[in-house]
Design a protein around this ligand. Structure first.
Ligand code: HC3
Length: 404
């Protein structure tokens, strides 16, 4: 942006490290996990925790299951997806003042939790299924409403004046009652505010929700440009499969901001059918077992010492504590290699193919699984979940019930 002053938002003591970080950026490769950021921009939260952003408002997540009309159901799935965007991409800014560099999960790292509210129990399992490249898989389910979400994601970055991130992976939202699937592709993003030192995420390009009921939603993202446009804008069209180019076939539209208000309208009658205020929607707190009850693979327990050192601002000890984790991971990999096996993921398994994905993705501007970028196709493995014995935190008794 014109007039932006380098490091304006960075405390005096950190201006030098920020300026060197910006200079280095141009030479980074595409792997965000290898990027070394200045100490003050390090987060104490691992990327395995980000999977929880999909369900912080369980009411909105399960609402489509009670809707009998397939068009209205699509609108509710769209509403839920749009409602997750603020959590996914802007909540850390609100909490921490800027986007920070998350902890890079180790292979097998787990984040387990549940939400309890008027929607019943909604379970979350998030697991780091690959370290090179980094891939996080998750499964979120609510047995009372018969709603399940599963997916996995990786990030490919390119650096220059900013950090551009393409998300590889997808999510599938399923409703038991209608045996219906919704394939969700993930938006591209870039980091703004880097020059001044107050980074935040802006979304760009498009993502899709493709339903097995025959409807597709395309969400277009834009931000504040040099000349015009507003931050965090979205514009959506919902249409029957195969009718993306036909503007007369649009059934619903949505406009607004994913951090503020958006409105969903019936394109045929021009009436507003849903409004959503991202600032007002109440969230349900995720319950996570106390650290002492967690399994050593659970993220908050595993990163506890690193997080404490980051909080203290003690970078030498942070690096030392990270080395402890890295070395134990190296030792595990060496042992596995010598025994001719690989790390057994606790909740997910590789699939040979994903027919649901292949069928639906045709409607989403030619996306594909990009298996080479995610070290496999990852699916939630119910048998493994049933076998998950303590110590997998106190939540594991319920986890064993799995998807019902
Ligand atoms: C790019 C990102 C890491 C990846 C984060 C992802 C894509 C992870 C999956 C979630 O479902 C959605 C999501 C939200 C935010 C994404 C992060 C934003 C910034 C972070 C970079 C690795 C950090 C960049 C460094 C700096 C200096 C800006 O903090």
């Amino acid at each position: 942006m014109p007039g932006e002053q380098e490091g304006a938002a960075v405390p005096q003591a950190n201006k030098g490290s920020w300026s060197s970080f910006l200079k280095q950026m141009a030479s980074f490769n595409g792997d965000l996990s290898t990027m070394t950021a200045p100490a003050f921009i390090l987060s104490t939260t691992s990327l395995t925790e980000f999977s929880a952003y999909w369900a912080e408002m369980p009411r909105v997540l399960v609402a489509p299951a009670a809707e009998k009309d397939k068009e209205k159901r699509m609108v509710l799935v769209l509403k839920w997806f749009l409602s997750t965007l603020k959590q996914q991409y802007a909540s850390r800014n609100e909490k921490l003042g800027s986007e920070k560099k998350p902890l890079n999960p180790f292979l097998g790292e787990l984040f387990l939790g549940k939400w309890e509210d008027e929607a019943g129990t909604t379970q979350l399992v998030s697991e780091q299924v690959s370290h090179h490249p980094p891939v996080t898989a998750y499964s979120i389910w609510n047995n009372k409403h018969g709603v399940r979400l599963q997916g996995y994601n990786a990030q490919k970055a390119s650096f220059g004046r900013t950090i551009n991130v393409r998300q590889v992976g997808h999510a599938v939202y399923h409703i038991d009652e209608f045996d219906e699937d919704y394939l969700i592709t993930l938006p591209a993003l870039h980091i703004e505010g880097l020059i001044t030192g107050s980074p935040f995420v802006e979304l760009n390009k498009s993502s899709y929700i493709v339903s097995s009921s025959g409807l597709t939603a395309r969400i277009d993202y834009s931000g504040r440009g040099w000349v015009s446009g507003s931050k965090n804008s979205l514009s959506v069209v919902v249409f029957p499969h195969g009718k993306e180019k036909d503007k007369h076939s649009v059934l619903y539209t949505a406009e607004g901001s994913w951090t503020d208000n958006f409105t969903i309208k019936d394109a045929r009658t021009k009436t507003t059918i849903e409004t959503y205020n991202a600032k007002k929607e109440p969230k349900t707190a995720l319950q996570v077992a106390a650290i002492e009850d967690q399994d050593p693979l659970e993220t908050r327990r595993a990163w506890k010492r690193v997080a404490a050192m980051i909080e203290k601002g003690d970078m030498n000890s942070t690096a030392n504590e990270k080395t402890v984790i890295e070395e134990s991971q190296r030792a595990l990999r060496k042992k596995e290699a010598s025994e001719g096996r690989e790390w057994e993921r606790r909740f997910f398994s590789r699939a040979k193919s994903l027919p649901k994905f292949e069928t639906l993705v045709k409607e989403a501007a030619g996306g594909n699984l990009e298996v080479d970028q995610t070290n496999g196709i990852w699916v939630f493995d119910q048998e493994k979940a049933k076998e998950a014995k303590p110590p997998f935190s106190k939540l594991s008794e319920e986890l064993k019930d799995g998807w019902k």
